[in-house]
Design a protein around this ligand. Structure first.
Ligand SMILES: CC(C)(COP(=O)(O)OP(=O)(O)OC[C@H]1O[C@@H](n2cnc3c(N)ncnc32)[C@H](O)[C@@H]1OP(=O)(O)O)[C@@H](O)C(=O)NCCC(=O)NCCS
Length: 343
């Protein structure tokens, strides 16, 4: 017989507020064409991307997160001191330790909230959301701040035709808090580590540090390239189109709803053709609003879903109380899908 008192949380959890931050600098495809042999038409038609935002020196991972979080906290109608945990999903914070979440928790003015980073690539928002829901329901935090933030421009090889045009920078945040009704459905998530080579960092930090020019990739000037994210575009594309539509359907089934019950679809913003294909496979009815933020934001990995969610709400294309299917997928390979009620 256990002597331990059970923890007490809320019956359910919900997203209470959302906020986003996009860096000031807008980068059109013409800038990408300075370093790769491509065309505006090719980039638009193959990826759907017209512009992306790239961060300036002052738009750090912490600074963008704080901006997005401030909006999410205000939108949730709570104060920073009420936040019990800060979860930051990022792959582009350059210090191995400490986690950037602690600095963000401090600068936001939380009351010593628990704070940690997670690494789940483009599924990072869904992973963070799932952890947050668990914390609220289990009772270890009443309100949890989930941040997806990336400065992927720091990890982009501008001479790599396969990725130079894809990535963008930004931060998106949500506050998850208590609810009397289920407003975050069961998460369908998983990993396929046998495909870990399909999206990866070109060179591990230790090999980069050794600096052996005979082994490291060099740029067109003959200098050692800084590590960047590389991918097997077609393999990832096929996986996303075939496997992720199934995962999205499983998330609908797990939530006990059909595509007809949906108001909004917010897939990871990886490629407009992947989005179009998923819409078709899932047979989403006309009335479902589909996030197509990739056109002006590019692929911002962990930030992409909260950024797209914030924009749909801000532009009136979606409204508070709408039922939305969110799905993230990427490096790992990992994925996470769930149905949520929009804040
Ligand atoms: C990257 C991506 C847009 C490339 O599109 P694609 O249609 O698969 O392109 P391919 O690599 O098959 O190349 C097709 C052709 O375009 C050419 N090409 C490749 N990159 C090019 C570029 N930047 N500009 C112009 N042509 C290019 C290739 O050389 C090839 O030419 P060929 O047919 O004469 O051999 C696409 O694969 C993709 O979006 N993949 C998934 C990305 C993703 O979701 N990543 C997840 C991160 S979370």
């Amino acid at each position: 017989m256990s002597k331990i008192k059970p923890s007490q949380g809320a019956p359910y959890a919900r997203i209470m507020g959302v906020g986003g931050y996009r860096p000031t600098r807008v980068v059109p495809n013409e800038v990408i064409l300075e370093t790769i042999d491509s065309s505006d038409e090719w980039i638009r038609s193959r990826s759907g991307i017209a512009t992306r935002h790239w961060a300036s020196d002052s738009e750090t991972v912490a600074a963008m997160s704080i901006e997005a979080s401030g909006k999410a906290i205000a939108d949730a109608g709570i104060s920073a001191e009420q936040i019990g945990a800060v979860v930051v999903s990022t792959v582009s914070h350059f210090k191995q330790t400490p986690a950037i979440a602690t600095e963000i928790a401090d600068k936001l003015g939380t009351a010593k909230a628990a704070a940690f980073d997670i690494s789940a690539g483009c599924a990072g928002f869904g992973y963070g959301l799932t952890l947050a829901k668990g914390m609220v329901v289990e009772g270890s935090a009443e309100y949890v701040l989930v941040i997806g933030v990336e400065r992927l421009s720091d990890l982009t090889d501008l001479e790599d035709r396969a990725t130079a045009f894809l990535f963008g920078d930004g931060a998106g945040a949500v506050v998850v808090g208590p609810s009397q009704e289920p407003h975050i459905g069961p998460t369908v998530w998983g990993s396929e580590g046998d495909k870990s080579e399909t999206i990866k960092q070109t060179v591990p930090w230790d090999e980069f540090r050794v600096g052996d020019v005979s082994k490291l990739p060099l740029d067109s000037k003959g200098d050692i390239k800084f590590p960047a994210i590389t991918q097997e575009g077609q393999a990832v594309f096929r996986w996303a189109v075939f496997e992720m539509a199934k995962v999205a359907q499983q998330a609908l089934d797990a939530a006990g709803i059909s595509a007809d019950d949906l108001d909004v679809f917010i897939p990871h913003q990886a490629n407009m053709r992947i989005i179009d294909s998923m819409v078709k496979t899932l047979k989403l009815p006309e009335h479902v609003t589909v996030a197509r933020d990739i056109e002006t934001t590019g692929n911002t990995s962990a930030a992409s879903i909260p950024l797209a969610m914030e924009r749909l709400l801000a532009t009136g294309k979606a409204k508070s109380g709408d039922t939305a299917l969110v799905i993230g997928f990427g490096a790992g390979l990992v994925y996470a899908a769930t149905v949520v009620t929009l804040p």
